[in-house]
Design a protein. Structure first.
Length: 443
């Protein structure tokens, strides 16, 4: 029996704004087609928010997740320079929220605070996560499928899994909570062989429709477990761009002018925001939610994301108006490298990376061995074109119907210089939930 154990947190995110379908799998196969054992548990139903009965704890958790999203994005954006950038903060937040159930009492309050969930219990956080997942993965999709007489439509898939070494025993209570509230599978692998690498990479590929196929190339031989989250999103715009209007033009990037293909949207009844810092507007999806395009007037998109807060994002949404105007937006596709997030998360107050404290000891596996997170990595991808958006991420480890005032003159939002994007979907408790953020410096 190994005397020390470490945990990997693996995050895989893919966002595609086109119609691409994929399926997630509950079993994982290696290259030689051997099947890794999945713990057999029966899942409870996700919790459906009751209309008119908003959960205070779920509202706090959802708001905290958005606050975490912008704090993480701001911290990561400080190092991108003139490069493009994409990440999925929600793909980080969700498995960390699940790990609250395995964290020792000394570190649990600190982890809850880092996640923006201070003052609520782990049970309340589990309930909040279940309500969020119900809305994010079912609400808009079911309504759209019914309207279109489709059997099903799944634009957003969120999958969680924990891979556990064959020599240790995952606590059944954690496994059941992970399944019931986070839809997380528990899978046994051999971390001393390359089959564990194959299993995680195969799982990532299966849950991002093959867009992200390699997130891990090796594991530390001391690894006891790897917890993974994958987000795959693919949907069409409510108001699609006409490809016949797409024209080539110049994009003024930080490293010089570059050729890009600009999509045109022009007309009435567009949601629009402007202040002394930015111009912004959301591009809505057929199943709800959308992609906010935020153009800084000073041309510094990296600086804007580095200073972005959930409060300012709420201000942009709440103070928007209905406008007539013109949007020019370049087609773009961004794929991040494998980002190591441990240092940034430690700076944000996540207390799970200390070998000395070993904060997951006793809560995750039955054996009496120190357990902590050794590494957390994420890889993300986003593609935007005339039809819609596709996005994906893997991590190991206002549309409220209110009337808006009409503007006095038409707007022009010309995105021929760096801009920020925020992809969101709607939840009953927390409103628009941030799933992806990024910067386009070179489309």
């Amino acid at each position: 029996m190994r005397r020390i154990s470490i945990l990997y947190l693996i995050l895989v995110c893919v966002l595609l704004f086109t119609v691409i379908t994929g399926c997630a799998h509950d079993t994982v196969q290696s290259k030689d087609n051997s099947v890794f054992r999945v713990m057999e548990l029966s899942a409870g139903e996700l919790i459906e928010p009751a209309l008119g009965v908003q959960s205070t704890a779920a509202r706090i958790a959802a708001g905290g997740a958005n606050d975490f999203a912008f704090r993480l994005s701001a911290a990561l954006a400080t190092d991108i320079g003139a490069d493009n950038f994409v990440c999925s903060p929600f793909s980080v937040w969700l498995p960390l929220a699940a790990l609250v159930n395995a964290t020792d009492a000394r570190n649990r309050a600190e982890l809850l605070a880092a996640l923006g969930a201070a003052g609520i219990s782990e049970a309340d956080l589990n309930t909040a996560a279940s309500r969020m997942l119900y809305d994010l993965t079912r609400q808009g999709a079911l309504q759209f499928a019914a309207e279109q007489n489709m059997q099903s439509y799944d634009p957003l898939k969120i999958a969680n899994a924990i891979f556990v070494d064959n020599n240790v025993t995952l606590k059944r209570e954690f496994a059941q909570t992970f399944l019931d509230y986070y839809r997380g599978s528990s899978i046994n692998v051999d971390f001393s062989s390359n089959e564990a690498v194959d299993a995680v990479n195969k799982w990532a590929s299966d849950n991002t429709d093959g867009l992200i196929t390699e997130i891990i190339n090796e594991f530390d031989p001391r690894t006891a477990a790897a917890i993974a989250n994958a987000i795959y999103f693919s949907d069409r715009w409510v108001w699609e761009f006409n490809p016949g209007n797409t024209k080539e033009g110049m994009f003024h990037s930080p490293t010089g002018d570059k050729s890009a293909f600009f999509m045109l949207r022009e007309g009435d009844n567009q949601v629009y925001y402007e202040d002394e810092r930015v111009q912004a507007m959301p591009l809505r999806f057929k199943t709800g939610g959308g992609l906010y395009i935020i153009l800084p007037k000073d041309g510094d998109a990296t600086g804007l994301l580095s200073s972005m807060t959930s409060e300012y994002f709420n201000e942009i949404q709440n103070d928007s108006i209905v406008a007539s105007g013109k949007l020019l937006l370049p087609r773009f596709s961004i794929e991040s490298g494998v980002m190591e997030l441990g240092g940034v998360l430690t700076s944000l107050g996540v207390p799970l990376f200390s070998e000395a404290a070993a904060p997951l000891t006793g809560g995750l596996i039955e054996e009496h061995m120190p357990v902590w997170i050794s590494k957390i990595v994420q890889k993300a991808l986003i593609k935007v074109d005339e039809n819609g958006t596709t996005a994906a991420a893997v991590t190991v480890i206002p549309d409220d119907g209110a009337a808006m005032p009409e503007p006095t003159e038409p707007f022009e939002l010309i995105c021929n210089r760096p801009f920020v994007f925020v992809l969101y979907s709607h939840t009953y408790d927390g409103g628009n939930q941030v799933l992806f953020t990024g910067v386009v410096n070179n489309p």
